[in-house]
Design a protein around this ligand. Structure first.
Ligand SMILES: [Zn+2]
Length: 274
């Protein structure tokens, strides 16, 4: 069957155009609009990758790091904040629990979530317990040729891919003074060239070995049960932007039991990745 990538491109473009007034009012573009240096960066990447076609598409393509290189009983918790219209919330009980229990976590945050939660974003970024990581500018699957997944079109070409990663990295750096090191695309889907380009932009691409909440659709019992089955060195993907879901309570149920089994919670930077 003939593939029709980008069949929703018109809708996407229309959506972005509709968002422009909101963006400019919110000063979203201030300091992040492609300047000469990012135009040069894009031109360099376009020259390097012109004519190359990806062979892989998925969550575990070549280059994606999915666990820690260790047999120690350690786990990394990662929480995405996707910022879609229904995903702009925050599970404050979960955040308070992590703070009280001194559990480090990596927070993959999309630009739209930052705009909806500016003060909270700055507070989280100021807490050394949390590592702020890049979850893209428009929450797009990372593609060099508009592959899609779950009905969401990926970035359509090299230029869009660079913008998707770079605009949020620069936004985060502008707000916090620190450029994020880790990147996870919207949907956590990539082709292998997109992973290389993210690395070229100074990021490590972080997947997962434990699907912690299946896009915040699991019950608390399901979340707890998959967490309790974690292997040493696991990276768990969860969400912090759906307080109505079972994620927070499932995490709170599992953590004391994991500690009893001898597990510790660590940061991505504490161990080599694989
Ligand atoms: Zn997401």
């Amino acid at each position: 069957m003939k593939q029709q990538p980008c069949k929703n491109l018109f809708l996407v473009v229309a959506f972005i155009l509709a968002m422009v007034p909101a963006m400019t009012n919110g000063k979203l573009w201030a300091g992040t609009a492609p300047d000469q240096s990012s135009a040069t960066l894009k031109a360099e990447i376009e020259a390097e990758y012109a004519g190359k076609t990806p062979n892989e598409w998925g969550e575990t393509v070549t280059g994606v790091k999915t666990s820690l290189k260790t047999n120690e009983r350690v786990i990394v918790l990662t929480f995405d904040a996707c910022g879609s219209p229904k995903g702009k919330g925050i599970d404050l009980d979960l955040i308070r629990f992590l703070e009280q229990e001194k559990i480090p976590a990596t927070l993959f945050i999309n630009a739209r979530w930052i705009d909806a939660n500016r003060e909270l974003f700055l507070k989280l970024a100021a807490n050394p317990l949390f590592t702020i990581a890049n979850h893209g500018f428009l929450h797009r699957p990372a593609s060099v040729n508009c592959r899609s997944v779950y009905g969401i079109d990926g970035t359509k070409d090299l230029g869009e891919l660079v913008d998707e990663i770079e605009l949020n990295a620069r936004k985060m750096e502008r707000l916090t003074g620190k450029r994020p090191l880790y990147y996870r695309s919207g949907t956590a889907y990539y082709d292998e060239l997109a992973v290389q380009i993210a690395e070229r932009l100074g990021h490590q691409v972080i997947g997962f070995s434990v699907l912690g909440d299946a896009g915040a659709t699991f019950t608390k019992e399901q979340v707890s049960s998959v967490l309790l089955a974690s292997a040493p060195g696991a990276i768990v993907i969860l969400h912090m932007n759906h307080p109505e879901s079972g994620t927070g309570q499932g995490v709170m149920m599992a953590i004391p039991q994991l500690r009893k089994k001898g597990f510790r919670f660590v940061s991505l930077s504490d161990y080599p990745l694989r």
